[in-house]
Design a protein around this ligand. Structure first.
Ligand SMILES: [Zn+2]
Length: 143
């Protein structure tokens, strides 16, 4: 799918740029995503006067999306989730969260852009190991 990249359009607002192509509006901790859509390549991480783009990863947890600023953390979350009794897809994607003020609706709007899906076992295992190593290090530092 070809969609406008946010950084190309300083005047664009999320609802206009992405709204019509969205999968669904879903709540998140940071607010409601007014758009969730597949968009490759993802825009680069950036912060400007009109928009903030945060790169990371997202996991499909059924009626909502979990966003992480780190792929290894998201991969571990998805892996652990698959071992639970919950039944969403736990699909893992490289992702970007875009936040911008919309003058039309008088508030901040949030979109979740999904890039490459990460599903290869070897890559998932590597990411989970990476997370485990980092987490172990963090624990030993704080004790
Ligand atoms: Zn709007």
């Amino acid at each position: 799918m070809t969609a406008p990249l946010f950084d190309d359009q300083p005047g664009a607002v999320i609802c206009r740029a992405y709204g019509s192509m969205s999968r669904a509006a879903v709540p998140s901790k940071h607010g409601t995503y007014c758009a969730v859509l597949d968009l490759a390549p993802l825009p680069a991480q950036q912060e400007s006067d009109h928009a903030t783009v945060l790169r990371g990863a997202a996991v499909d947890v059924g009626d909502r999306w979990a966003f992480f600023d780190d792929l290894a953390t998201a991969a571990s979350f998805a892996r652990a989730g698959r071992m639970s009794n919950l039944t969403p897809s736990w699909d893992l994607f490289e992702a970007a969260q875009v936040r911008a003020y919309c003058p039309e609706h008088g508030g901040e709007e949030l979109a979740l852009l999904l890039g490459r899906q990460v599903y290869e076992r070897t890559e998932l295992r590597t990411l989970a190991n990476q997370f485990a190593a980092t987490a172990a290090e963090t624990l030993s530092w704080s004790s």
